[in-house]
Design a protein around this ligand. Structure first.
Ligand SMILES: *[C@@H]1O[C@H](CO)[C@@H](O)[C@H](O)[C@H]1NC(C)=O
Ligand SMILES: *[C@@H]1O[C@H](CO)[C@@H](O)[C@H](O)[C@H]1NC(C)=O
Ligand SMILES: *[C@@H]1O[C@H](CO)[C@@H](O)[C@H](O)[C@H]1NC(C)=O
Length: 339
């Protein structure tokens, strides 16, 4: 594919020089200009308050793709809702796993942490005690070595219809309530049959107290319910707010799911901001070789008229915002923050 000819209109000499050099390098090397721009986020965001760059494409942009027209007519104005906990030290974790810690990455050549002043950049070292923490996509290999590990989960998991079944009223009365097949049928009586290959998230409101949650007593999903969802409704995977599927000593629901080749989502949050039907779920997960759990970013993409969520372009995206306070490790110890 021929690269579009981009004219970079610049107001600000600092950024102008840098970008012009990169554009020349790009056209000669054949590399994509967008890629080069994204590879230098610091320079761009620092310069953003004095320079504003507009990239005008003089080439043909006609798109015969249905996806692009769907993006323009629906997804570009949809509401995006993050369903993910931030990974941080001392966050709730299953009692068998140690706490995770963050530290400044150390330069092997000097034995000292990287600093903006000396190295131009900083980096972080994460000491992770488990791949089963925070908001996850459990790979079947967590319980059965013959089924997929994290890196073997197909890219097709990236985008699906999202169903939300709300059992928060029952959980309010019984904190270890286990969702039944009757709850699913009740939902279907109101909203219609759960679409095949969709993702089903169970809203319990357990996560609304995060990080002050009880990881020993929590809302559950019965074995017969996950079996019904997969065997009778042919869903892609289900997800729940707690860090486990049920409280039985033999992990009945989770063991059945994973040892039959089904993935599941755990530690999802913000389900109270979603409608029962109509949203899509975007799933972004890293690929650790042979990993059996995955840190995940789940984002719901909902109707443009839905009252919750953020529309693309309504908050700074490119450049991303510059903050009044710098990230600083020293004031917090366990991680960087801006306070
Ligand atoms: C681990 O994290 C918990 C909070 O989730 C905290 O109460 C506990 O003190 C931490 N343990 C260690 C050894 O830091
Ligand atoms: C979910 O259940 C809670 C508690 O009963 C209720 O307040 C809320 O309106 C329900 N939400 C939806 C979308 O059904
Ligand atoms: C709460 O729900 C669990 C799971 O269904 C059940 O075992 C337990 O008996 C219930 N507790 C009460 C007080 O109803």
């Amino acid at each position: 594919m021929r690269l579009p000819t981009a004219t970079v209109v610049l107001l600000g000499s600092l950024l102008a020089t840098a970008l012009a050099e990169e554009a020349i390098q790009d056209s000669s090397s054949g590399g994509g200009q967008a890629q080069t721009l994204h590879a230098k986020p610091l320079r761009i965001s620092r310069a953003a308050h004095i320079a504003r760059a507009a990239v005008t494409d003089h080439g043909k942009t006609a798109s015969p793709s249905k996806l692009w027209s769907t993006y323009d007519s629906v997804l570009s104005t949809a509401k995006y809702i993050d369903l993910t906990h931030t990974i941080e030290p001392n966050m709730p974790i299953w009692r068998g796993f140690g706490n995770i810690t963050f530290s400044p990455a150390v330069n092997k050549l000097t034995g000292k942490p990287f600093t903006y002043a000396e190295n131009m950049f900083v980096a972080t070292a994460y000491q992770l005690t488990t791949d089963q923490m925070g908001t996850q996509l459990d790979a079947p290999a967590h319980f059965n070595p013959y089924f997929a590990s994290s890196d073997e989960i197909p890219a097709t998991f990236a985008l699906r219809k999202l169903v939300v079944i709300n059992v928060s009223d029952k959980v309010a009365k019984n904190s270890s309530y286990a969702m039944t097949v009757a709850d699913v049928l009740e939902w279907e009586a109101e909203h219609g049959q759960i679409p095949r290959r969709s993702v089903v998230f169970v809203r319990s409101d357990w996560s609304r107290k995060w990080p002050h949650v009880n990881t020993d007593v929590f809302p559950q999903v019965l074995l017969e319910t996950v079996q019904f969802l997969h065997l009778e409704r042919d869903i892609l995977f289900h997800g729940h707010e707690p860090l486990d599927t049920d409280m039985s000593p033999d992990f009945a629901s989770e063991a059945w799911l994973l040892s039959h080749g089904y993935a599941q989502a755990e530690g999802v949050t913000n389900l109270h901001l979603l409608p029962p039907v109509g949203c899509l779920l975007s799933t972004g997960f890293p690929k650790f070789l042979g990993g059996v759990g995955s840190y995940v970013r789940y984002v719901a993409v909902c109707d443009p008229h839905w009252p919750h969520g953020v529309q693309p372009g309504t908050t700074p995206e490119a450049p991303l915002p510059e903050y009044a306070n710098a990230l600083d490790w020293s004031k917090h110890g366990g991680h960087r923050d801006r306070i």
